[in-house]
Design a protein around this ligand. Structure first.
Ligand SMILES: Cc1cc2nc3c(=O)[nH]c(=O)nc-3n(C[C@H](O)[C@H](O)[C@H](O)COP(=O)(O)OP(=O)(O)OC[C@H]3O[C@@H](n4cnc5c(N)ncnc54)[C@H](O)[C@@H]3O)c2cc1C
Length: 258
């Protein structure tokens, strides 16, 4: 007989202890994608009661718990004005409220999805992530590592910076994944231009960031389109994405410079 376990820890520490005990356990965030898969799960560690569902201000900026849902990002008072509201903009049109009520920050970042709006926006804001074992690190470094399914993403940190920022994306229909998404941000002598859903995951474009710092929106658009890699999938071809990149980066950087 095979016994299946569904565990609901009451804290991140308890969740980490359960993951250490059950090395093949699967973490459940919102469960929206886990449930779509066909893999057999013998032990599930559901974070719903682990106290990670929050958005809060800290002395150093903002902190998003791993179980903060997209709906929480959309409605949190702390995020309405932070970075011109791009964390609200990037999630508010994803599918419908029912889905946004369950999909979580942790599940999205851990999934490292190429189409992810949230990854693109967070990369533009110098977000850091906290993992129970690996500790705190820049989101970009986390995304560059191989996922460790035994580690637990607990929180995301946003610096206390006054970013001018812009969010741009294009979908074929209202409910579809983005054909391309773009986030641009500027704070003093720092600029960020991130392009995602290429269909690969969001990446920064340092050449476009230099153009943004120089106040050249058209230059940023041109250099992003010519240096980044774009590919084909069922939504669009690489050439179309390159043209779209030119348009969306021009809009995003012009908005930041306005
Ligand atoms: C119908 C539908 C349409 C969508 N459309 C879009 C879209 O247009 N744009 C977009 O950006 N996103 C979209 N999403 C994706 C969504 O943003 C989430 O990425 C996805 O649902 C996974 O989030 P989740 O909380 O449900 O994670 P889960 O399904 O629970 O988990 C996903 C993976 O992450 C792991 N995991 C979960 N939480 C943690 C944690 N705290 N620490 C470590 N590992 C963890 C799980 O074990 C699993 O491997 C869509 C989702 C759905 C269901």
């Amino acid at each position: 007989m095979t016994k299946q376990l569904y565990l609901k820890p009451r804290s991140a520490a308890e969740a980490a202890a359960l993951l250490a005990e059950h090395r093949r356990a699967v973490i459940i965030g919102g469960g929206a994608y886990v449930r779509l898969g066909s893999r057999r799960i013998d032990v599930a560690v559901d974070l719903y009661d682990a106290g990670l569902d929050y958005v809060r201000r800290t002395p150093n900026g903002l902190e998003l718990g791993a179980m903060a849902t997209f709906r929480m990002l959309e409605t949190a008072p702390e995020l309405q004005d932070y970075a011109d509201g791009i964390l609200v903009r990037c999630v508010e049109r994803i599918v419908g409220v029912q889905v946004r009520n369950i999909t979580t920050v942790g599940g999205t970042l851990f999934g490292r999805y190429g189409f992810s709006n949230l990854i693109t926006a967070l990369l533009a804001l110098d977000a850091e992530v906290a993992l129970h074992h690996a500790g705190r690190m820049p989101l970009g470094d986390f995304l560059a590592t191989k996922p460790d399914s035994c580690d637990l993403l607990t929180a995301v940190f946003l610096p206390d910076q006054v970013w001018r920022a812009s969010w741009q994306d294009m979908t074929r229909t209202v409910n579809d994944y983005a054909v391309l998404n773009v986030a641009a941000a500027r704070c003093g002598d720092q600029a960020r231009v991130v392009v995602g859903a290429r269909p690969g995951r969001g990446v920064r474009c340092p050449e476009a960031e230099a153009a943004l710092l120089a106040g050249d929106a058209d230059g940023a658009a041109e250099v992003a389109a010519s240096t980044l890699e774009f590919g084909n999938d069922v939504r669009a071809g690489g050439d179309y994405r390159r043209e779209l990149c030119r348009t969306l980066v021009a809009r995003a950087t012009a908005e930041v410079l306005a």
